[in-house]
Design a protein around this ligand. Structure first.
Ligand SMILES: *[C@@H]1O[C@H](CO)[C@@H](O)[C@H](O)[C@H]1NC(C)=O
Length: 546
């Protein structure tokens, strides 16, 4: 007792982890939601290194209470992903929580929710932030720290496999090409290349890409510097897109020295602008789980803008256009001060998010009950639910895909997985679905969908999900067809409304059945299930990767 009183006194004096009312911050997890906390004001402590891509955050500034608290705190800039204290204030529910991309987190839209919260710093967060900026400001003289590195092992705190995709086009020209080599050399030195640290290789982009050397060729800084010095200027158009795609596909094989479980990075150096398109290359890079950084130098002037195919080329190439993956230098002269901040980015492991995720690697088939009991207006609510789920995913020909089948006694494929491969087209196809009206044979419909809709994609790279939406009792057996679908590798979620019997819903759902079964009495309740369904899909996706 006496000891803890002393301890308490000490804490009160030093202050850091206490709120203004003297109550200690509660440690929470990355996934604690606003609604998991008690009402009013609470100080909590977020852990460091949360997996940013797994956060569910709805809104901006004011967050729906089902958002992750730490996610919202990072999104709003109150803390970074090194953790810290956060003050959470419960607020009333509202309408139209907006989607905003900030600080590495993409928040999502939500049209309505019963309660909200806001996040601010506590006194201690402010103190920590000051401490951080002081300590990072000190060694910024560009000198290496005194601590002697094991030269051969390299910088063990920066494990990364990096391809420098350098500009060898007529845009940069021979003279600036040499300045570029200087800069890349400085980056290589500061990275601390070594057997246990970062490995680098170089690809030159011009008319056609050329791999100059691979990751496995050199594991000592000196050798890399020598190889960079020897690089010859090729000249030609600035086909950066082509080179990026080629590098993503060819450079990071295990034979060529890529290491398992270590972030893959391509740093694209671009003088001016590319002659080709970067969008497809960016998608391919993401498909291969590569983090693309764009270092743009001497960006187009106002007079030159007319010659640039797509002024948004930087955002098209990076997997998150949150500013982290793009880097600008005004010229190739006086670039020394740009070396260190770039190296710090390349070594920030927790920020390397561009791997395969549940958002870009799933097929989602919706099986939509079109029976008479639903009625036209409720059918619209069902379609809205389908849209809202689909919207959360990154739909493209090499990303996630969506299909829809409507059923009564009969089945109608509204569109298959390969019919529409952009989000806009999928959403407009969903809007265009006409209500059939008729009986309910859910079992037959599941068999039909397994065979005709999932059949053609079953050997593809994506994980398959079927979402069965029904409002009532099926006239046929659902258990057998659902088991067959699951056996074919399809994870089944059942979503029941109104008169849908819970037993049937459970019988259709994948294991564990509780977390794959959803029910709402009213059609208006469908909307609130959207985040849970998305979370469920992401959880299954992650579990399947372990
Ligand atoms: C890199 O290694 C490969 C295979 O070991 C070799 O063929 C190639 O010549 C090496 N490149 C350089 C620049 O040393």
């Amino acid at each position: 007792m006496w000891h803890s009183a002393l301890l308490l006194g000490a804490f009160l004096l030093s202050g850091p982890v206490r709120g203004s009312d003297g109550s200690a911050s509660t440690a929470i997890t990355c996934f604690t939601r606003g609604l998991d906390l008690r009402k009013g004001t609470e100080d909590v402590l977020c852990p460091a290194n949360c997996p940013l891509w797994q956060f569910y955050v709805f809104g901006d500034g004011v967050y729906a209470s089902l958002s992750s608290v730490c996610g919202a705190a990072i999104h709003s800039g109150v803390i970074t992903n090194t953790g810290g204290a956060v003050r959470v204030q419960t607020l009333p529910g509202q309408e139209n929580y907006p989607a905003v991309n900030a600080n590495g987190i993409q928040s999502q839209v939500l049209s309505r929710w019963a309660s909200s919260f806001s996040v601010t710093g506590t006194q201690s967060t402010a103190l920590e932030a000051v401490g951080r900026s002081v300590s990072t400001a000190r060694p910024s003289t560009g000198k290496r720290p005194k601590k002697t590195l094991d030269k051969k092992a390299g910088n063990k705190d920066c494990k990364a496999d990096i391809a420098f995709l350098i500009d060898g086009s007529y845009n940069i020209g021979q003279r600036r090409f040499n300045l570029q080599k200087n800069f890349v050399g400085k980056v290589a030195v500061m990275l601390g290349i070594g057997t246990e640290g970062p490995h680098v290789g170089v690809v030159q982009a011009s008319e056609h890409p050329k791999i100059e050397f691979y990751l496995k060729n050199f594991t000592a800084t000196k050798e890399v510097l020598f190889a960079i010095k020897e690089l010859g200027f090729r000249g030609g158009n600035s086909n950066t897109g082509k080179a990026l795609k080629y590098t993503a596909q060819k450079f990071f094989s295990l034979e060529n020295g890529a290491r398992k479980g270590i972030p893959k990075i391509i740093v694209v150096f671009l003088d001016g602008w590319p002659s080709d398109d970067l969008e497809e290359a960016g998608i391919v890079a993401r498909e291969f789980g590569v983090n693309v950084f764009i270092v743009s130098v001497a960006k187009p002037t106002t007079e030159e803008l007319g010659m640039v195919q797509d002024i948004g080329f930087v955002d098209k190439a990076v997997c998150r256009n949150n500013g982290f993956f793009s880097y600008q230098m005004p010229t190739w002269f006086g670039t020394t001060k740009y070396v260190k901040p770039l190296v710090q980015k390349l070594c920030s492991h927790e920020q390397m998010l561009c791997s395969k995720t549940c958002y870009n690697s799933v097929n989602i088939g919706f099986l939509i009950d079109g029976s008479s009991s639903i009625g036209e207006s409720n059918f619209r609510l069902v379609l809205e639910f389908v849209s809202n789920v689909a919207k959360a995913f990154e739909i493209s020909d090499i990303g996630s895909k969506v299909a829809a089948v409507q059923f009564t006694y009969d089945q109608r494929t509204e569109f298959g997985f390969t019919d529409f491969v952009t989000k806009d087209k999928v959403l407009s196809a969903i809007r265009g679905i006409h209500y059939m009206s008729g009986g309910t044979a859910t079992g037959d419909a599941i068999s039909f969908t397994t065979r005709n809709v999932f059949g053609p994609v079953k050997d593809g790279p994506n994980k398959n999900f079927l979402i069965v939406l029904t409002d009532g009792q099926s006239y046929d057996d659902v258990r057998g067809p659902a088991a067959a679908a699951q056996k074919a590798g399809i994870t089944v979620f059942s979503v029941g409304v109104a008169w849908a019997p819970l037993d049937d819903l459970k019988d259709m759902a994948s294991e564990p059945r509780e977390s794959h079964t959803f029910f709402t009495r009213e059609f208006t309740g469908l909307e609130q299930m959207v985040p849970d369904i998305i979370r469920g899909i992401c959880k299954d996706f992650l579990d399947s990767k372990q």
